[in-house]
Design a protein. Structure first.
Length: 265
């Protein structure tokens, strides 16, 4: 079965997330290539609905999170960020999405046929397994637009080599799939024609596990990470305060206007 997650929940009739269930696998597809699958308000609402649906459906054994277009997810929608009123920044909804991924009782596999940036990297980091094409690139671009990667730091720091995390979160530099594999951000970096077969191999291995055993193992693994609502609230406050600064608003506008921010002129 295949359908979309759209309409009433978002106030936007256009579906930007697709949902398909077949053979015990729920495939959730980010489907907004026009803005590089950025986490716009409709995307956040529809992705939340899809993840909630998959978690609650006993017919779902494994979740695959994938995308259309050339980019997995570009992070928060900076055009929205540039005009958001204080207290209404979209980043405030990100912790709930990250927790839906990491606390889903079913294993979640990320399939990346293209790049991920900022919040998009956070989402893939929250997944249990991530498979990327070897041409994919990654970057924590927040500091370069005057933001702090506070919220995504929980799943990112749980996956990545700490030395590499310090370097890459501070510099915002782009790195390739081979480095992402080396530092633990992705499980596999493969050629494009091997992407689907590699994802399928992981999915088949996960389907071989007992549903309650997998859910219990995920809970066991989660015990070593403090991703409690209170911890996310603490980091969200740090992130949201920075979103409200003149520096961050200039950074977002600069990105949207394709110009250097004020501190680079």
């Amino acid at each position: 079965m295949g359908d979309d997650i759209g309409g009433d929940a978002t106030g936007d009739a256009r579906a930007v997330v697709q949902y398909e269930l077949a053979g015990g696998v729920a495939t959730i597809t980010l489907d907004s290539p026009r803005n590089r699958n950025a986490l716009s308000k409709p995307m956040r609402a529809q992705l939340t609905a899809a993840l909630t649906r998959a978690a609650a459906d006993d017919a779902v054994r494994v979740v695959v999170l994938t995308h259309t277009g050339t980019v997995f997810c570009a992070g928060m929608d900076l055009k929205e960020t540039a005009v958001a009123k204080p207290g209404e920044e979209g980043v405030r909804e990100l912790p709930a999405i990250l927790r839906l991924v990491s606390h889903c009782p079913k294993p979640v596999v990320a399939r990346l046929a293209g790049p991920a940036r900022a919040g998009g990297v956070g989402i893939l980091a929250a997944c249990d397994i991530a498979v990327a094409v070897d041409t994919a690139t990654f970057a924590f671009t927040e500091v370069r637009i005057g933001l702090i990667p506070a919220t995504i730091s929980i799943p990112v720091l749980a996956r990545m080599n700490p030395v590499a995390a310090r370097e890459l979160l501070l510099t915002g530099e782009v790195f390739d799939a081979a480095r992402a594999r080396e530092i633990g951000l992705v499980n596999a970096a493969v050629e494009a024609d091997a992407l689907d077969a590699t994802v399928e191999r992981y999915v088949d291995a996960l389907l071989a596990g007992g549903p309650s055993a997998l859910a219990g193992t995920k809970a066991l693994l989660a015990d070593r990470v403090d991703d409690s609502e209170s911890r996310y609230a603490e980091l969200l406050e740090l992130s949201a305060r920075q979103f409200d600064t003149a520096e961050a608003r200039d950074g977002a506008r600069a990105f949207a206007e394709k110009r250097p921010p004020s501190w680079r002129r």
